[in-house]
Design a protein around this ligand. Structure first.
Ligand SMILES: C[S@@+](CC[C@H](N)C(=O)[O-])C[C@H]1O[C@@H](n2cnc3c(N)ncnc32)[C@H](O)[C@@H]1O
Length: 219
């Protein structure tokens, strides 16, 4: 084989290897954060409106996005008063609440399967005085109708992002922005990847825009 070809293959291999390694490290970091006592021991907020029993176990454990990273996610998505935001797997509601409170989104929805977190998020929206524009829906995110969204935020896991990808591409309008914290969407190349410094580590943010025509390999 030609020397230059071998060199190119080696460089590409190392590049893909480091990306895979970075992805694995981020997943390990995520799993460690999910076990952290500060995440596990927060007590549920008092009930706002009744919730249903949890329909099934979550696909991803609860790990909150640090507030400064939330701000960066919404800035990267360029959220304005024209936007309707959906946070899929919304935890304590910090992303939809911030979208309305600090970015003036016209409405924001948090979709969350865990009833304790649904209650906590509803209480947080009331405390922040935004419950007229923030709705926390207790639902499996795979069942959510996304047709109204103009911005979608995710902090899930790589395999869940990939499982969700066909739904995002089918239901979202062209031009809708998607921002994912720490995890990519496989073959769907992001428009932008940004590293941001959080309180204890670096976070990676991925941004996509839903295309007019969806390539066959992504459906
Ligand atoms: C990593 S946390 C992210 C929370 C929030 N988006 C944030 O960034 O702070 C993932 C959340 O997704 C929720 N979740 C997991 N599987 C879900 C599903 N199938 N439907 C709805 N919510 C789900 C979990 O309960 C958890 O609160």
């Amino acid at each position: 084989m030609h020397l230059k070809t071998i060199k190119n293959l080696l460089v590409t291999g190392v590049g893909i290897g480091s990306l895979l390694l970075a992805g694995c490290n981020q997943q390990r970091q995520f799993e460690a954060e999910a076990q952290s006592p500060t995440v596990q021991t927060q007590s549920p907020a008092p009930a706002t409106e009744p919730t249903q029993p949890q329909e099934r176990s979550p696909d991803v454990p609860y790990v909150p996005t640090p507030q400064e990273v939330v701000n960066q996610m919404l800035q990267l998505a360029n959220v304005t008063s024209n936007d309707v935001l959906y946070d899929l797997g919304s935890g304590d509601g910090r992303i939809p609440i911030t979208a309305v409170q600090n970015f003036d989104a016209s409405r924001a929805y948090g979709v969350e399967i865990n009833p304790e977190l649904v209650q906590r998020a509803r209480q947080n929206a009331e405390t922040a005085n935004v419950s007229d524009r923030v709705q926390i829906v207790q639902q499996d995110l795979f069942q959510t109708d996304l047709s109204e969204a103009t911005v979608v935020t995710l902090y899930l896991l790589p395999d869940i992002n990939i499982k969700l990808r066909p739904k995002l591409l089918q239901e979202l309008k062209p031009g809708t922005r998607i921002v994912s914290h720490d995890f990519d969407m496989g073959e769907w190349q992001p428009d932008n990847v940004v590293q941001v410094q959080g309180p204890s580590r670096q976070h990676t943010l991925y941004v996509w825009t839903v295309p007019e025509n969806v390539p066959a390999n992504l459906q």
